[in-house]
Write a protein that binds this ligand. Structure first.
Ligand SMILES: [Zn+2]
Ligand SMILES: [Zn+2]
Length: 266
């Protein structure tokens, strides 16, 4: 603040004044106080607006559209679990029924024999050939009981539940590197894909993760085909640099890659 004689902008009098460092206007001492008070009031207003905005932000975090999305995810989770449980229950029932039927069949044969034994014992009417037959029948039944059931456990490749992923536009995730005054070309050009959906080398399906290298090589994670594609600058088709061998956990497989990072040291 610089002091000296000058005209106060509030009262217009030639007085000992102080120059406000902010607006460079001259004020007499009385009106400098007023000026500071006025600025203080504006500061208060900004603070109130700020606090209000923070409140809105907090509320938004609690009950926002996120809630709807979370609910959708929860529903999908619930339904998927139900489907899996139902499928398991159906399979258990089939195994159970089949086992019961198998035991019942053996029991019926045994009942028949029980009846024969009872009668023969009562009448004391049997000889060697009968004993041989019963012995053989018992061996047969024992074998039948211990024979493994012709039931096997198999998995069909048809998915029981469809997987989900949350689609977040890549631009909002990675835009922090773009200069605030960047100039944009109005009409875009296709730099990768553009040949419909598919797993061809010149196609991309759901490229949810993107990375552009310094030499303008584009890397895209092809979510639906479980692979990472590399498109050299100006290339008309890409090449697989990771995955591309179906879903799985083998070293050469990926499962719905949603993003990628490039280690430049390589
Ligand atoms: Zn004044
Ligand atoms: Zn001022």
């Amino acid at each position: 603040m610089v002091t000296g004689k000058a005209r106060c902008v509030t009262c217009g009098k030639e007085k000992a004044t102080t120059k406000c460092g902010g607006c460079s206007q001259d004020f007499c001492f009385n009106h400098l106080t007023d000026h500071r008070q006025e600025l203080g009031k504006q500061f208060d207003e900004i603070e109130v607006t700020h606090d209000l905005f923070r409140q809105i932000l907090t509320d938004k975090n609690d009950i926002s559209q996120n809630q709807i999305l979370i609910q959708q995810i929860n529903e999908w989770e619930c339904n998927s679990i139900k489907k899996v449980q139902q499928s398991a229950e159906n399979a258990r029932q089939i195994v159970f029924k089949h086992t019961t039927k198998h035991i019942n069949k053996i029991e019926m044969k045994l009942n028949k024999m029980t009846e024969q034994l009872r009668e023969s014992r009562q009448e004391n009417d049997f000889f060697e050939a009968d004993l041989k037959l019963w012995k053989e029948e018992l061996e047969r039944l024992t074998k039948e009981l211990h024979n493994p059931l012709q039931i096997t456990f198999e998995q069909i490749s048809l998915p029981l539940v469809s997987n989900i992923y949350v689609d977040i536009p890549s631009i909002s995730l990675h835009s922090n590197n773009i200069a605030i005054d960047a100039r944009w070309i109005q009409n875009g050009i296709t730099v990768a894909g553009g040949n419909g959906r598919g797993n061809g080398l010149n196609q991309l399906t759901s490229p949810v993760g993107l990375y552009v290298d310094d030499d303008q090589t584009i890397y895209a994670s092809d979510y639906e085909h479980h692979r990472i594609m590399e498109w050299k600058y100006g290339a008309i088709s890409g090449q697989i640099v990771a995955g591309g061998n179906g879903v799985g956990n083998r070293n050469d497989q990926l499962n719905g890659p949603t993003d990628l990072i490039i280690d430049k040291k390589e």
